[in-house]
Ligand binder design. Sequence first.
Ligand code: ADP
Length: 448
Amino acid sequence: MSSADNRGTTFGLRIALWYATLFVLGSMAIVFVTYYLTSLSLAQRDRQIIDAKLGEYTSAYARGGVEGLAETVRAEQQTAPERLFVRIITRRSDAVVLSNPDGWDPNRLETAQLRLPDGTVVQVGKSTEARDDLLARFRAALGLVTLTIVFVALTGGWLATQTALSPIRRLTLAVRRIIRTGRTDQRVPAAGTGDALDELTVLFNAMLDRIEGLVSAMRGSLDNVSHDLRTPLTRLRGAAEMALAAPPDLDRYREALADCVEESDRVLVMLNTLMDISEAESGAMQLQREPVPLTEVVTRAVDLYHDVAEAKGVTLVPEVSDTSEVSDTSGTATVSGDRTRLEQVAANLIDNAVKYTPSGGRVDVTIRREQDRAILEVRDTGIGIPADEVPRIWDRLFRGDTSRTERGLGLGLSLVKAIVEAHGGTVSVSSAVGKGSVFSVSLPASSL
Ligand code: ADP
């Protein structure tokens, strides 16, 4: 048995002992009270019998004097001789013992006496033997009962704690197995009782699901990164190799070096973006916060893509172009954030919208304020996103099947999401294939 098992057993034993002690103490209290009350009522009954007898003797004396009394006692002794001891002491102090003279032992008798008007003392005693016998038998029975109670309390306590601790033991086993094997696909069977321990088990399994999801996402990212790094690096190596293999030629060298620079830039951009995403997600990203009107952010991003959109035949319409309108409707959409990062957000969304919208399409960028949120919306009439891809577009290095012909690393939306969430905001998308998509960013607005 390992030390953890030992701990579980000691814990169970401790609870069982506590339970048994309380149970036994409670039961003992009941047993003692019962015994006490029984012996009390037996004594009381004896006393009542004696008192009644004395009453009878008083009236016998009243009827026939000492002689009459002696007659009554004698008659009684004949019918039920064993029941009572009677002693009559006359005034001249000679004891006239009328019954059981040998058995008169005040230590084993419950006695009472009565002085008659002529000075005669009548004593009546009742043997406590029968009562003591009864109580002794009662004590023996109670002893047995007590033993049974202790036994029941100990086994009951032990069984109860074992049952109560078994879900915890199952959890411990599962955790230990996971630690030993490193496999997070193990689950703890829930008892389905719906109690606190069952809930803990369910939560524990849910936590394992989550960890498994995160680990496999990380593995997936790592695979994707390795895969995506291989292409530019292979090309880089190919360009250098070909230039070296050919006869020396300055122009060819230049061209090869230019290719190398281009490919290494690609790699660098990818690595930098990946690091930015990680920083933003982990909260380590340094945000140079300042009040930033979203209109300014959008104006810059739209400026950046104006030419690209025009060349592609896509109409890029920012709602911010009319300054008077800006101050009326969206002037309050100011957020406390990092200007450069927010520009990256807008630029990435507009870049995607233009990229995935065929010629003749349209991209609208709007800003508005909704209570305490500043909303940035980029709407396009492009190719749209298939429903099964929607949940994955925010994953690192994910690229839609139909998007592979376009340039891109599959990191734009991951960065957008990470930056927006680092600012305390949320991003969402609604999209219809062939009709277009709407990306919406909601950020906490600065108070007015
Ligand atoms: P990429 O470099 O491929 O654009 P992103 O992370 O920016 O990477 O986007 C991930 C995927 O989401 C894209 O490959 C594309 O399939 C889809 N996507 C993003 N924006 C749009 C859009 N405006 N319209 C259609 N599909 C989009």
